[in-house]
Design a protein around this ligand. Structure first.
Ligand SMILES: Nc1ncnc2c1ncn2[C@@H]1O[C@H](COP(=O)(O)OP(=O)(O)OP(=O)(O)O)[C@@H](O)[C@H]1O
Length: 308
């Protein structure tokens, strides 16, 4: 892992009983990175984040955070504000409560960064879930945290808002270390440098996000061609690395192709089409589902790698 760690945990455990909680968690979060904590519902992400933020105590084990406690901020998934406050008032109050001097310009900048400049003087009572999440981010940013902990930061956003907020989070590495939890592997892949995967309270993988991206790469595609889908399916079926190829019933010019691996298909399908003079219109990989990514991450191999 790159960078000196700003947060390290050793054998961190918070046991709620009946198998719930987090157990023997060893984390090393590099300073200045965006670190993702990913896992299915109930895996223990929120528990772990709140222990890192100092809001919940660990039952055993240790947490070392290389900064003053006031410089670590946690932003919950859907922050709750007094409904009568305007967005500007929420952000101003947040800075005051944190004891951070913030000018009007600082407040305006924080709101602008999260895309709420136009709503700056509106009361938050009628804000959508996504706007509330953005406002929570602005309220955190104005405090200039050294470590910003975000629980499901994009869960309430529409696709456009999601892209914007993920880009914003990515840009924050210049200012602080970000630790975010998500059950959406795609979001984590997009913004994080390193990732830890929690399954039933235990870290089953920790390392560069690129490694997970490789595991999540699809090895099945819907290939749209100009020409006969039947012929393309026959051509591809003859290749040793193709494990299945057939025309898609509802889409006359599409072929469903499955390969032995991601790289084999990504290079092999366009090559075969070029060789036979078939124009390729599009090639879309089926998103690997989270469940199978987690299954692959709980394999012996992945568990071994978690100790590096
Ligand atoms: N205060 C508590 N007392 C007892 N059990 C708890 C407590 N808080 C959480 N749990 C249980 O611990 C497990 C982990 O919960 P946690 O909220 O940390 O998971 P999560 O990964 O954040 O889940 P989600 O993605 O659904 O928010 C769950 O089984 C939950 O029911």
């Amino acid at each position: 892992m790159h960078g000196t760690p700003i947060i390290t945990t050793k054998k961190l455990t918070r046991d709620y009983g009946n198998g719930a909680g987090v157990f023997d968690v060893d984390l090393s979060i590099p300073r200045g990175s965006v670190f993702g904590l990913v896992g299915p519902n109930g895996a223990g992400k929120t528990t772990l984040l709140s222990v890192l933020a100092g809001l919940r105590r660990a039952g055993s084990g240790s947490v070392r955070v290389g900064t003053a406690s006031g410089r670590v901020l946690l932003c919950p998934d859907i922050p709750d504000f007094e409904p009568w406050l305007t967005a500007t008032e929420v952000v101003t109050l947040s800075a005051r409560l944190a004891g951070v001097p913030a000018t009007e310009a600082d407040t305006a900048l924080a709101l602008e960064r999260v895309g709420l400049a136009e709503a700056a003087h509106r009361r938050n009572a009628r804000f959508s879930r996504g706007m509330r999440q953005r406002l929570g981010l602005a309220a955190a940013l104005v405090c200039r945290p050294e470590v910003l902990i975000l629980d499901e930061p994009a869960s309430g956003l529409d696709p456009r808002g999601r892209v914007d907020v993920l880009a914003l989070i990515r840009s924050l590495r210049e200012d602080c270390t970000v630790v975010l939890a998500s059950h959406l592997l795609g979001d984590v892949q997009r913004v994080c440098d390193d990732v830890a995967v929690l399954v039933r309270g235990r870290v089953v993988y920790q390392g560069p996000v690129a490694d997970i991206a490789d595991r999540g790469r699809p090895s099945a595609w819907q290939v749209r061609v100009r020409g006969s889908a039947e012929r393309v399916a026959d051509l591809l079926s003859a290749e040793p690395w193709v494990t299945g190829a057939f025309p898609v019933e509802a889409e006359p010019d599409c072929v469903h192709v499955e390969a032995t691996g991601a790289a084999a298909g990504e290079t092999g399908i366009p090559r075969v089409l070029v060789e036979h003079g078939v124009p390729l219109v599009s090639m879309n990989g089926y998103e690997a589902d989270l469940e199978s990514a987690f299954l692959s991450l709980t394999s012996t191999d992945a568990t071994d790698r978690s100790s590096r």
